[in-house]
Design a protein around this ligand. Sequence first.
Ligand code: ARG
Length: 463
Amino acid sequence: MSNSSSNAMWGGRFAAGPDAIMEAINASIGFDKRLARQDIDGSLAHAAMLAQAGIITDSDAAAIKEGLLTVLSEIEGGTFAFSTALEDIHMNVEARLKEVIGDPAGRLHTGRSRNDQVATDFRLWVRDQADAAMEGLSALMRALVAQAEAGATWVMPGFTHLQTAQPVTWGHHMLAYVEMFARDRARMHDARARMNECPLGAAALAGTSFPIDREATARALGFDRPMANSLDAVSDRDFALEFLSSATICAMHLSRFAEELVIWSSAQFRFVTLSDRFSTGSSIMPQKKNPDAAELIRAKIGRILGANVALLTVMKGLPLAYSKDMQEDKEQVFDAADNLMLALAAMTGMVSDMTANRESLEAAAASGFSTATDLADWLVRTLDMPFREAHHVTGALVKLAEDAGCDLPDLTLDQMQGVHGAITADVFDVLGVHNSVASRMSYGGTAPAQVRAQVARWKERLE
Ligand code: ARG
């Protein structure tokens, strides 16, 4: 099974080419072709710097630049013939450059290695993804804020243990997710700031004897500065791990919200109606409208967390500096990034299109003795009862209502006074759900006035 032609890039030392299985396990071109643009950007910056520093001639640099742009247009135009024998994107591009411009192509790799090259390409790619994630998160937050603004006064049940707890407002619930996605965006922002250092010029691992200008290439590629240690520069994949861990937390938030949408859109809850655009039907049950997008979003955490764990596992125990293990970094990150962006876009679409069913929300908010805490608070406030006693009296009233098969506001004053003689008719004011939410004016509370204030704050921040 051996291939008789030796490698064009390092043929000097090799008498025979690789076995077909070796080629199959070694080649990354099948996936790292996604780094083509970043690879060419890196090479353009490197070649310009080499000429600036007098390491190659201006005419060679000009030929290299023109050739690289030709190669890029071939790749983007879909006419480029990728070769597995050439292993990866770096050697595919360089080999084609040689065909296009001839000898000057051989000078491009002066003072660099594929180790710093791939580290640079991948950083540029992940940096773009961090930007895309931040944009996707902003769009989702805007959709949530619009829902919150429309429904600042709509009441719904708030749950603990998925049991009715206290009434809350729809707007408040939407804004809870805005807070989560804002933290996700901030994590992406932090990760981006830390990853924005340039490995290019670290060469194979030790730096180079050529008088390269690392500040210049870093600047040309939009990095804040060159990485300070060449060994670290070629071995570090923290930038990808930070992207993945931020993505994992974001996917967890998406999954929680997706789960709520699945529950809320069921016939038993009817809290929301998802649009036809983000639902599917059943091939057998004509009545069905399934929340497939929400279910898929709920599941995306699986592969995104999987990628995070996979890359951490690849990196653990690797000695400095580069090892080929690190080629296993890309597919996982590509897949996680693709799926994060898709999940964010789908969630944004679903949120923008969904309709809250105000009547169902309000009916559910009023059931399940949701204002029992308001009743206990009233006893404390009005009758100066210790809270523990108020809790006990309220419990007895809830039991009474439960036995009578009604809700708290349906009890008569007589019935209430049977439990505690000092209760007055004023108590009925606090048993209504709208009064209940309006009273929760503490900072961060569910009162419509608080929700409106937060909506205003977010609208300003998201402009
Ligand atoms: N395809 C390789 C990777 O993704 C590029 C770096 C190869 N470097 C090396 N010394 N073999 O990691």
